[in-house]
Design a protein around this ligand. Structure first.
Ligand SMILES: Nc1nc2c(ncn2[C@@H]2O[C@H](COP(=O)(O)OP(=O)(O)OP(=O)(O)O)[C@@H](O)[C@H]2O)c(=O)[nH]1
Length: 696
């Protein structure tokens, strides 16, 4: 990865240098390719044309040479001397010898009569010989004055010849006329073919290269002239229609020796009256040596191109360094600025407007950034100051809140949506009898006792469902009952979702107890401490309800102290009070704890006996016990006082719905007992049918 990054993040200088080098090399390659192609094509054309020109010159020289010979013999035939019988043969021979001497390639010149017998000839080699069968003789008479190259027949044995190949000749022959103007014979010459080879050598010598070789090919494809050793080798067709070709030009051709040659060619076309023999002159040169100048030129171009590429590359490297230098200076300046050192981003050595503009823009940017940085620093300092103050204020406020909540005799807690305590004040911790750290962060079910949690869980669920709940409950605390009124207040976030709830619990034990005391006072007789009339009414109501369940009746006994007024009158009101108190105490002792003994008012008391099995016997038994309890005199001050009481009895049932009516009936029965003489008991009237009043 690092390698990749390093490779990817190249240095601009290196990158530019490489690009310059690449561009230079590419451009040079393209340029030298184009130049090379152009120059190569041009050179090849020139070289080809040079060979073609050599071929043409040779062909032209051959044509001109032949034309001269042609004209020479035509004139010789026309002069008339040859047909003049008066001119001695020796004279004629002298003329022929002169002609041969002037042009040494004439191997033989001779004059024949019309029958083909040689009359006179050079060196008298064939004098008297019949040549009528030779083609040149017949051809001359028929109008064909040139005979193509052929091997010597008659002269071969008579002419000295040093070469390995047989001597070859071209014949020129014209008929000459006698004095009568009629054909008298033929004058002919055998021209050694060596002149043609020499002619070509002369032309090729101009080329100055031994690799340039010449060929002369006759119309029928016979190789007339060829470099040594090539005479017998076939020559490839130049135009696909035989060995000869028409016109003048050059081409590249693979010859039988498998080498490739550049071949210039030209065809002889005759000259003036000389019709020509259709020879083809070929000048060939091995392609490799022919195009040697091309190769040298290509090499020159290559090295030149390489040199140019190197020069341009070097220039590119230097230029890249110059281009990058201001950027490096910029980067260095930026780095120093970052380290807090003094530096300028305006490049001093930038020669390009863009770099100068970049430097100016960066300088402006840095100035702006520094200004913004300062503003931000100031702002940050101001904010930090504010935050510090706010934090301080918040901490103070939090501390105040903590002090307030800790000193509030109310449990204040906050539980999150998972019922986990996030906060609890000191009061709460005290009530839960745990350290605050053992509460905060823990779940309610782990903090609260199992029973307490079970009791509170439904209200917690309601609070987390968004319901504000208030309820009272009590819990054991420090061996007593603690009465609490508790509120769960849900807390919602901005989207209305319940995120937790506050728990506020107030200890109402004291007020609860006060209420109970008040209630107790309302139900208690202040003098005797016994339940009062109100308590009686409630108890009768409860007794009726119990009777409905147990099916056992209850008894209500109305008691009135007999002649109490006299006691008051005799011993005083306080003594009367003492009597009443003692009377109540003895009543209390006479009945079961579960029975109620109450003072209704004045000297009137009431007993409510629960679960009476037998409505008559049991109540009689109770009434009797009460009457017996009063037999002993009561001690009032220094005096002993005898007290009796009259008792009215009502047996209550589940049908009784009005407690006051029961008391009234019992009161009425008590009066019956009074009327019966006091110190006795009497059942209520409608019950008397079942029971007789029994005196005490
Ligand atoms: N000492 C004292 N006397 C009271 C109190 N309340 C009522 N009395 C008196 O009790 C007396 C009750 O008398 P009554 O029941 O009417 O008559 P009695 O004298 O008891 O005669 P009988 O009931 O007919 O036997 C009255 O004189 C009242 O003033 C009290 O709280 N203390």
């Amino acid at each position: 990865m690092l390698l990749f990054r390093a490779a990817y993040h190249k240095r601009l200088k290196t990158d530019l240098a490489w690009r310059f080098c690449g561009m230079s090399i590419l451009l040079t390659l393209v340029t030298i390719s184009v130049v090379e192609m152009t120059v190569t094509a041009s050179l090849q054309e020139q070289i080809g044309q040079r060979l073609a020109a050599m071929a043409f010159q040779t062909a032209d020289k051959l044509d001109q040479g032949m034309a001269e010979r042609y004209r020479e013999f035509e004139l010789l035939a026309e002069q008339g001397n040859l047909g003049d019988p008066s001119e001695p043969l020796a004279r004629k021979q002298q003329r022929l010898e002169r002609i041969q001497k002037a042009y040494p390639y004439y191997a033989w010149i001779g004059v024949t009569d019309l029958q083909g017998r040689v009359l006179v000839d050079t060196k008298s080699l064939l004098t008297g010989v019949d040549v009528s069968k030779r083609p040149w003789f017949g051809g001359a008479l028929a109008g064909t004055h040139i005979q193509d190259v052929h091997e010597a027949k008659l002269l071969a044995a008579k002419l000295p010849y040093a070469g390995s190949e047989p001597p070859r000749f071209v014949d020129v022959a014209f008929p000459y006329s006698g004095p009568d103007g009629k054909p008298a014979g033929v004058v002919g010459a055998h021209m050694s073919w060596n002149w043609a080879a020499q002619m070509q050598r002369d032309v090729l010598a101009v080329a100055g290269s031994p690799s340039v070789e010449g060929f002369i090919v006759s119309k029928d494809g016979t190789i007339l002239v060829a470099p040594v050793g090539n005479i017998a080798r076939p020559i490839p067709a130049l135009d696909g229609s035989g060995n000869g070709t028409k016109g003048n030009g050059y081409r590249i051709q693979r010859w039988a020796d498998t080498e490739e040659y550049l071949v210039g060619y030209a065809t002889t076309r005759g000259h003036q009256a000389y019709p020509g023999l259709g020879w083809t002159v070929l000048v060939r040169q091995n392609v490799k040596s022919a195009f040697e100048p091309v190769r040298r030129t290509q090499q020159l171009i290559f090295w030149l191109g390489l040199g140019i590429a190197l020069v341009f590359s070097a220039f590119g490297v230097l230029h890249a360094r110059g281009l990058v230098a201001p950027l490096v200076a910029l980067a260095d300046g930026a780095r120093r600025l970052r380290l807090g050192q003094a530096a300028s981003l305006a490049p001093t050595n930038a020669h390009h407007v863009e770099v100068q503009e970049l430097g100016s823009a960066l300088t402006a940017l840095v100035d702006d950034l520094q200004a913004n940085q300062k503003t931000l620093r100031d702002l940050n300092a101001s904010l930090e100051n504010k935050v510090a103050k706010r934090t301080q204020a918040l901490a103070a406020s939090e501390e105040r809140m903590r002090i307030i909540t800790d000193n509030t005799p109310v449990l204040i807690a906050y539980l999150d949506a998972q019922q986990r305590f996030q906060f609890v004040n000191r009061t709460g911790a005290e009530w839960l009898e745990l350290d605050r750290n053992a509460i905060e962060g823990r779940f309610a079910k782990d903090v609260l006792h199992e029973a307490a949690y079970a009791a509170l869980a439904p209200s917690m669920d309601k609070a987390l469902a968004g319901e504000h709940t208030t309820f009272e409950h009590s819990r054991p605390y420090q061996g007593k009952h603690q009465h609490l009124t508790t509120q769960f207040v849900p807390e919602t976030d901005a989207r209305g979702r319940v995120v937790g709830f506050f728990a506020l619990a107030q200890d109402i034990t004291d007020s609860k107890n006060y209420q109970l005391a008040l209630k107790q006072d309302l139900l208690t007789d202040a003098l005797t401490g016994l339940p009062n009339r109100t308590a009686c009414l409630q108890e009768i109501q409860s007794a009726v309800a119990r009777t409905r369940r147990s099916r056992k009746p209850f008894a209500v006994m109305f008691l009135d102290v007999d002649r109490f007024k006299q006691i008051n009158d005799t011993y005083g009101h306080d003594a009367g009070d003492q009597v009443l108190i003692e009377f109540g105490r003895r009543l209390r002792q006479s009945v079961r704890d579960s029975d109620l003994v109450a003072r209704l008012a004045g000297d009137e008391f009431l007993i409510i006996a629960q679960d009476v099995n037998d409505p008559v016997d049991d109540t009689v038994l109770i009434a009797q016990k009460v009457l017996d309890a009063m037999i002993d005199p009561l001690q009032v001050g220094q005096s002993e006082v005898h007290v009796t009481t009259s008792i009215g009895i009502v047996v209550g049932s589940s049908d009784d719905s009005d407690p006051a009516a029961i008391i009234k009936r019992a009161d009425a029965a008590m009066y019956d007992a009074k009327r019966d003489g006091r110190n006795c008991y009497a059942f209520a009237r409608h019950e008397r049918n079942a029971v007789d009043v029994i005196d005490g």
